[in-house]
Design a protein around this ligand. Sequence first.
Ligand code: DP6
Length: 381
Amino acid sequence: DVYRASTYAPVNIAVIKYWGKRDSKLNLPSNASLSVTLSQDDLRTHTTASCSKDVAEDSLTLNNAFQDISGARTQACLRELRALRQEMEEKDSSLPKLSAMKLKIVSENNFPTAAGLASSAAGFAALVRAIANLYQLPVSPTDLSRIARQGSGSACRSVLGGYVAWQKGEHADGSDSVAYEVSPASHWPDMRAIILVASAEKKDVSSTAGMQQTVASSVLFQHRADEVVPKRMKAMEKAIHNRDFESFAVLTMKDSNNFHACCLDTQPPIFYMNDTSKAAIRMCEAINSTQPNEKPICAYTFDAGPNAVVYYLAEHEDLVAGTFKAIVGDKTGWEGKRGQNIKVKSDVPEGTQAAVDLLKSGVSRVILTSVGDGPRKTEEH
Ligand code: DP6
């Protein structure tokens, strides 16, 4: 017999960033973080996990290429999931002994892995969800987040949809360092995101290595972890509960900048943003300054790379996405069903010519998406 289960898992982009570990084996963070889960209609990892007596060894392919799964992170996920299944089998001897069989895991991203998008988050979330489905584990998303976290920290937030927080936790074993739902996507469904891909190259310094260097050398970092983020987490949860975009936007931009300031304060300094990234910031600031009282209608954020993610509400699609469409026009990504509906804005904010030129030459691809739900089961194999 062959046993099989499939799932999709979404990408998430943090608005309060995870950066720094207090335990690098278990991926326990130095501070809490909060993210928006993006729609799986646009960006997703699809994973099928199967097992049978005939499978000779555990394997994982991503977009048809074999991946090394001997690393501690993947092994930790497989070990935990198997242990839970084994517990079930010991209690109920009628269950097939799946925990004793080898696993064949087949994953595909519907976006270029090299695009510098948070592929490890969706990847580990899909892996953990698919195996939990295969084993029919009676686990909650929060239980799963504890396992996915060990694959990649940010992956623990991709097991849930909508607005998701990852609490720091206090215990040394990581049992309370888990993700929880702040609000479902349906609470604030008109959140949109435009991703400006500024480089499809592999990142300079991986997040894992970068955050270790920051923890070891930045004096700003301790202040961020102890003082800045705890306050911001509370304020961000409140902004989301109240659907208060202005507060959401200010906190998002400030936190991205605070995180990148810690990167600059690292020895040697780490630069994730490039000139195109800075032009995206300039353009967002200019768009916001056209509003009455300069009330923000868009918010940029950057992970460990130069791509800009700009959040805005559906009601401002033509103003925000329309401005970027007017600038970077016919790039890949606009053809999608969302892209076609965006009206090109006839003018761009004044005094932004330098930013316009940089965005024109530096943005290679545009992806339009929105807040979305957590992992969903699929029938396809
Ligand atoms: C900047 O989750 O990739 O995207 O736990 O070492 O796998 P590891 O790191 P990872 O770090 C993500 C960092 C970030 C911020 C965020 O997603 O919160």
